[in-house]
Design a protein around this ligand. Structure first.
Ligand code: SAM
Length: 226
């Protein structure tokens, strides 16, 4: 499936089908035991990604690529960053706007659209937490190459790692009920991302920085420094 086709499916999924489920998952409201493990895993992943960025981001321009309901956006703005919160789902961005305390809004641009849009400008850092996990390796490589050309510091992103356990769990398909099951998550080996970066002509260093496994959440954090 092409980048555009994946993006369009994700737009339909996150903006309509799964918007209420995402709003709940990203809140403090009670959720099922399975989703609670996902929530805890995602909290740990957000902390691991934030650990890689300066504690003081005052003056830095940061792209929250695929900002969703805005949890990372809020954390970045609290550190003083000027955040571009880009997501193809206007309804999730509306949740973010409603949730994030008003005094932080002066530092945040909420942009409904493609996170790779050149018109978003240049950045000191980019964070794409769980926003690229549905894309093919070639699309991830091309995305990092495009973002890398206008990012001065690090690009932090996550992939679904190719572990036997993850492959088994996704095969079991219990991640979400059938009615709002997400488009397939595509697990990747580090080497596949490295190869995709090379064929997209992206130069820089790629490192694995964390792997979080909590129940039904298995995700791997990577850092690309152009
Ligand atoms: C799994 S959610 C993660 C949201 C957020 N990063 C977080 O961790 O809470 C993935 C998000 O990426 C967004 N997304 C996927 N592809 C995108 C694209 N090409 N441009 C902008 N947003 C995209 C989806 O709409 C969705 O909100």
């Amino acid at each position: 499936m092409s980048y555009e086709a994946t993006r369009d499916r994700l737009e339909r999924y996150f903006d309509r089908t799964a918007a209420p489920a995402w709003e709940r998952l990203t809140s403090d409201a009670p959720v099922s035991r399975i989703r609670q493990t996902v929530r805890e895993g995602r909290d740990a992943m957000r902390a691991a990604l934030l650990d890689r960025l300066p504690a003081d981001l005052a003056g830095a321009r940061v792209l929250d690529a695929g900002a969703g309901a805005g949890q990372m956006t809020e954390a970045l703005a609290r550190r003083g960053a000027r955040v571009v919160a880009a997501d193809i789902s206007p309804s999730l961005l509306a949740v973010a706007r409603r949730r994030i305390p008003a005094p932080l809004h002066a530092r945040i641009d909420f942009v409904a659209g493609d996170m790779l849009d050149e018109r978003l400008g240049a950045f000191d850092h980019v964070v794409a937490m769980d926003s690229l996990i549905h894309y093919q390796a070639a699309d991830i490589g091309a995305a990092l190459a495009r973002l890398g050309r206008r990012t001065a510091g690090s690009i932090l992103f996550t992939i679904a790692p190719r572990t036997p356990l993850l492959m088994l769990m996704w095969a079991a398909g219990r991640f979400f009920p059938r009615s709002d099951r997400s488009p397939a998550i595509v697990p990747h080996a580090d080497a596949a991302i490295r190869a995709a970066l090379a064929s997209a002509g992206a130069e820089g260093t790629l490192r694995r920085i964390a792997r979080i496994a909590r129940g039904f959440y298995i995700s791997q954090a990577m850092e690309f420094r152009p």
